[in-house]
Write a protein that binds this ligand. Structure first.
Ligand code: PEP
Length: 240
């Protein structure tokens, strides 16, 4: 069973989303555990569906004075069961740090919401052989002070930054090697096996190839999850 996460980012409005949800309700694939992460104002619209509800963000405090943010308690109240944290867009464009990501994961775990932690390197970091250092920094920072049991409740999304929204994907071998590097880093800290997703330009053209990857728990999908008909076509190619 694959975990497949749709990340709408800051796209789509109510008019489109009503039809999106209705069409998605007619889709079933027993091989997929589907999570939809709409933009925050539309979380409510996606309640009571046959797929899980995810948030794209959570505030780093339990409650209180943090204008514009949403707490894990409030997300739970809306039926959210997954939440993306540490997306590269938030790290680079909004200066989200590993320490903030660590706090967010702790808040989510308190509410029994599964964090989907995004990690990944830039093209420069890959070319200069810094990939392990980057992934190690992101992982150890995000998991600081967490117990092995807590870490095992997190889902990882390996998202090479150079593959996000670019139409370029690593080779299957590169993804497999990176997943094994991630497991080696974690083995130093915990001996548990985590679910690891791949994210970055997953589309109808490359999904059959990506499906050959060993040790992959699923996908995090941005652009290809926005248009409902092609999204369903893509979902139909998973786990066949
Ligand atoms: C993402 O932003 O997490 C992502 C995977 O985007 P895309 O599928 O558009 O590359």
């Amino acid at each position: 069973m694959k975990l497949v996460v749709a990340n709408h980012k800051m796209n789509l409005t109510k008019e489109t989303l009503v039809n999106y949800k209705e069409t998605l309700l007619t889709f079933t694939n027993p091989e997929i555990n589907l999570v939809v992460c709409p933009s925050l104002p539309y979380l409510d619209l996606f309640q009571n569906a046959n797929f899980a509800l995810g948030s794209q963000n959570v505030g780093m405090l339990e409650k209180g004075s943090l204008t514009g943010e949403v707490s894990a308690t409030q997300l739970k109240d809306l039926g959210v069961s997954y939440c993306i944290v540490g997306h590269s867009e938030r790290r680079t464009k909004l200066n989200e740090t590993d320490a903030m990501i660590n706090q967010k994961i702790k808040e989510l775990l308190k509410q029994d919401i599964t964090p989907i932690l995004c990690i990944g390197e830039t093209q420069d970091e890959r070319s200069s052989g810094e990939i392990t250092t980057v992934l190690e920094k992101e992982l150890l920072g995000a998991f600081k002070d967490l117990t092995s049991d807590e870490i095992s409740r997190v889902v990882l999304a390996y998202e090479p930054i150079w593959a996000i929204g670019t139409g370029i994907t690593p080779t299957n071998q590169e993804i497999e090697e990176t997943i094994s590097q991630i497991r080696n880093i974690l083995n130093k800290q915990v001996s548990l096996s985590l679910r690891i997703l791949y994210g970055g330009s997953v589309n109808l053209q490359n999904i059959t190839t990506l499906e050959q990857i060993k040790d992959l728990a699923g996908y995090l999908v941005g652009g290809s999850s926005l248009e409902i008909n092609s999204w369903i076509q893509l979902l139909e190619q998973i786990g066949r």
